[in-house]
Design a protein around this ligand. Structure first.
Ligand code: ATP
Ligand code: MG
Length: 627
């Protein structure tokens, strides 16, 4: 990866936010209040920005920062991003957009784990797909933390020389034991009183590879009795012989995350460093480190400030890259982009739109206390986004053939077909003054596919769909039920054909001529219900993947539970369906509302328009279809 050289990097936040599209006003939250106060007070008004990250002198030589605030999204490139990251992306990029700021895209790659370019690329794709970018003010704000290793080392030497850090040679067990706990203050390390000169020599030996991995660490010298255990001389550098994807074998010592992250923020002139609540206890160290490095004139003032918000917990979903990786590597799902995965690539393939995810992030808001968000909130946002956008279409998911036995008698020939039309969008979905999209056209003929459940030989009470003639209470035969084939004719059920096991092979009915939808005779015969159907003449066979929740447990990994146990065995059902021609012609990724069933998307990987239609169910309709 080479940050700052990406050609045509997208502009910072080019897309209009979904909430605006949905006409929703931004709800204030504690972060917005903090930023508004900072802007009002001019907290960051006199900051300089040299155009690239750097130390105090670097920025001092640059102009005033054109960005009113700077935020950042700092993933570790060790997996695919998930819906929790989407919350953080929408938050950080969204705040920068709303307040005249810039959001940096930063890879937090200080851990010398093998970085995978597959992850790097997928992360950049995910952020862009969600509608955000890192180019602003003619500059490209894509950074990687490992570029700051030299500065981090310099900062560590400064702490050593100024008496704020020491090399500790206790074993890991001794260090743990001497750290104390909530009720017990820590015990000073016997190495704590070394002179800065001794510490500097030792630290340089560490850097020069003169000591074994794990034999010693550099610790900040703060307070072994602090009630905040994170301030009891936290480790800031460790020895680790590992080849780093960016710096190769240049280093055998690496900074700890708690030391690296504040420095990354400061070098990038971040103003509001927003992270999840588990970092709250680290904030005092963040501030301590910033004060030391500013007083040493290494970093520019004012320092970035850390603010914590509650991470997203979504029911029936796990949001841990490590656990998601396990699902992939154990083949519990088909890959990172399996439509059941809460990864951004999974949500995308499932049919979620960037606007629906932005709307979701806006709606759940940011708070300072943990809670669980119901999965249906996300589904609701998708419905809201697609309601007026997704074209309607008919699909038969559990097909049985309906034969209109009097077809030739009514229309002259068995092979006669007739065009039917229905609007692609209901009238209410088309904004005033806009031309509606062209109607869908599909054929009705002697044979059509209907849903198996739309015929009952012995109808349950209140059943309004197809059932054959049967004796009434008075013993007299009552005629079969009358329904409308949606957009087509009214028909009267006459019976069915069954196999030896009693399975219905065909449903039989009579077409009632002159009742076609949209013609003057349409209302001449009262139909009890309208049913969806697809013509045998022009219907196209399609694979439809009916996805359900991946887990049966609303909190699959809470309290250390084995989430593999909670996998829902019925999370995918594949059916062979028939779809009307307008659906079969879909482009990959195109979304539809299958009438009565919900929202579906043409699979972006497997669907081939007209040839091999493949659809994924995104979510059902809010209201279950009429009984
Ligand atoms: P994971 O445990 O899945 O690896 P992480 O927090 O370690 O998640 P990072 O790559 O370090 O992953 O995260 C990048 C950013 O995304 C961080 O600022 C982090 O706070 C944020 N983030 C991660 N998970 C969530 C979540 N569930 N809700 C909100 N923000 C999240
Ligand atoms: Mg992490």
């Amino acid at each position: 990866m080479s940050p700052n050289t990406t050609p045509n990097a997208p502009k910072n936040n080019p897309a209009a936010p979904a909430s605006e599209a949905a006409g929703e006003h931004k709800v204030s939250n504690f972060l917005r209040q903090i930023i508004e106060k900072d802007l009002e007070q001019g907290t960051y008004a006199s900051r300089h920005w040299a155009g690239t990250p750097g130390d105090a002198a670097h920025h001092a030589a640059g102009p005033l920062d054109p960005a009113k605030i700077r935020t950042r999204f700092p993933p570790e490139p060790n997996g695919y991003l998930h819906v929790g990251h989407a919350k953080s992306i929408c938050l950080n990029f969204g705040l920068a957009r709303d307040y005249g700021g810039v959001c940096h895209m930063r890879f937090d790659d200080t851990n010398p784990e093998k970085e995978d370019t597959e992850y790097v690329n997928s992360i950049l794709d995910a952020v862009q797909w969600l509608g955000f970018g890192w180019e602003a003010n003619g500059q490209n704000h894509l950074f990687q933390a490992s570029d700051y290793f030299d500065f981090m080392y310099r900062a560590a030497e400064y702490l050593v020389q100024s008496g704020h850090a020491y090399v500790d040679e206790q074993t890991a067990e001794q260090m743990r034991a001497n750290r104390g706990d909530f009720g017990k203050p820590g015990v000073d390390s016997p190495f704590r009183s070394r002179t800065p000169a001794e510490n500097l020599a030792r630290f340089r030996e560490m850097r020069d590879g003169r000591h074994e991995d794990g034999s010693m660490v550099l610790r900040a010298k703060i307070d072994m009795a602090s009630p905040n255990i994170n301030l009891r001389d936290p480790a800031i550098y460790r020895i680790r012989r590992a080849t780093h994807h960016n710096t190769g074998d240049k280093w055998c010592i690496y900074p700890m995350y708690t030391f690296a992250h504040p420095i990354e923020d400061a070098l990038e002139q971040i103003t509001h460093s927003i992270c999840t609540l588990e970092f709250e206890d680290q904030r005092p160290f963040y501030d301590w480190l910033m004060e030391r490095l500013i007083e040493g004139h290494l970093l520019a003032a004012p320092a970035p400030r850390q603010y914590e918000f509650a991470r997203l917990n979504l029911t029936y979903v796990i949001t841990s890259k490590r656990k998601l990786a396990q699902l992939v590597y154990d083949h519990k799902v088909s890959g990172w982009d399996d439509p059941r995965m809460p990864t951004i690539v999974g949500l995308r393939r499932r049919g979620y739109t960037p606007a629906s995810i932005q709307l979701f992030a806006e709606r759940i808001g940011v708070t300072k206390s943990d809670s669980w968000i119901d999965y249906s909130t996300l589904e609701g946002c998708l419905r809201e986004d697609l309601e007026n956008k997704a074209h309607r279409g008919m699909a038969v998911l559990d097909p049985v053939k309906l034969v209109l036995t009097n077809w030739a008698e009514a229309f002259g020939a068995d092979d006669y077909t007739e065009d039917c039309t229905l609007p692609a969008l209901p009238h209410s979905a088309v904004p005033e003054g806009q031309t509606p999209p062209p109607d869908r056209v599909f054929k009705i003929g002697k044979e059509v596919w209907i849903e198996r459940e739309d015929f009952e030989e012995v109808p349950p009470k209140g059943y309004k769909r197809l059932y054959p003639p049967r004796p009434g209470a008075d013993g007299q035969m009552q005629p079969g039920n009358i329904v409308r084939l949606k957009g087509g004719y009214v028909i009267e059920c006459t019976g069915c054909a069954k196999d030896v096991n009693g399975t219905v092979l065909e449903v039989h009915a009579k077409v009632i001529p002159d009742t076609k939808s949209g013609t003057p005779g349409a209302d001449s015969v009262k139909a009890k219900a309208a049913i969806t159907w697809v013509g045998v003449a022009d219907g196209v066979e399609a694979e439809v993947r009916l996805y359900d929740r991946l887990f049966s447990d609303p909190q699959p990994d809470a309290g250390g539970k084995d989430f593999i146990e909670a996998l829902n065995p019925n999370s995918l059902k594949v059916v062979t369906a028939y779809v009307e021609p307008s659906l079969a012609a879909a482009q990959p990724d195109q979304k539809f509302q299958f009438e009565r069933f919900g929202y579906f998307v043409a699979d972006r990987v497997d669907h081939v328009a007209g040839v091999k239609p493949v659809f994924n169910r995104v979510t059902g309709l809010k209201d279950s279809w009429g009984k």
